[in-house]
Unconditional design. Structure first.
Length: 144
C-alpha cells in the first residue's frame, strides 16, 4: 500500500519526535554514569585519606591504597559520560530542528557501542535517517 506525501511526512515527523525523546532518555542515563564517576572520585579520596591516617608501627610499611586509580578512573568516567550526555542532548536538538545530519549519525554510531539498548537506539536512528523523505526534511532546513 502506497502512502501519500502528506502521510509520509506525518509518519517521518512522528518517528523523529520519538527518536528525539529516546535521545533525551539516553542523555539521562549518561547523566547517571556521570554520577557514578563522581562517586568513584569521592570514594577514592575518602578511602585514601582513611587508609593514610591509619598509624603503622615502625618497621612496617603501610599498604598504599590505590587512591589515584579510583580518582583517575572516576574522572575519566565522568568526562566521557558528560561528553556523551551533551552530545545526545545536542542530537535531540538537531532532530527537532532537522539540522546536522552528520551529528545524528555520529551519535548513533557511538550509541551502538552501548549494548543492548544503545545498539537498538543507534540502529533505529540509522534506519530512520536513511529514508529519502527524512533526508529531504534535513536538506530543506539546511537550504534555509
Amino acid at each position: 500500500m502506497e502512502t501519500s506525501l502528506d502521510e509520509r511526512h506525518i509518519i517521518d515527523s512522528e518517528h523523529l519526535r520519538l527518536l528525539r525523546r529516546a535521545y533525551f532518555v539516553s542523555a539521562a542515563v549518561a547523566g547517571f554514569y556521570v554520577g557514578m564517576g563522581l562517586l568513584y572520585v569521592v570514594m577514592g579520596a575518602t578511602l585514601g585519606n582513611i587508609v593514610d591516617s591509619i598509624p603503622t608501627t615502625s618497621g612496617q610499611s603501610g599498604e598504599a591504597f590505590p587512591k589515584a586509580f579510583f580518582m583517575i578512573f572516576g574522572l575519566i568516567f565522568t568526562l566521557v559520560g558528560t561528553v556523551l550526555g551533551l552530545l545526545r542532548l545536542y542530537t535531540a536538538k538537531c532532530l527537532r530542528l532537522r539540522t546536522s545530519l552528520w551529528v545524528c549519525h555520529l551519535t548513533a554510531a557511538l550509541a551502538c557501542l552501548e549494548i543492548p539498548w544503545g545498539t537498538a537506539l543507534g540502529v533505529t536512528t540509522f534506519v530512520i535517517l536513511s529514508r529519502d523523505s527524512v533526508r529531504a526534511m534535513f536538506a530543506g532546513n539546511r537550504a534555509q
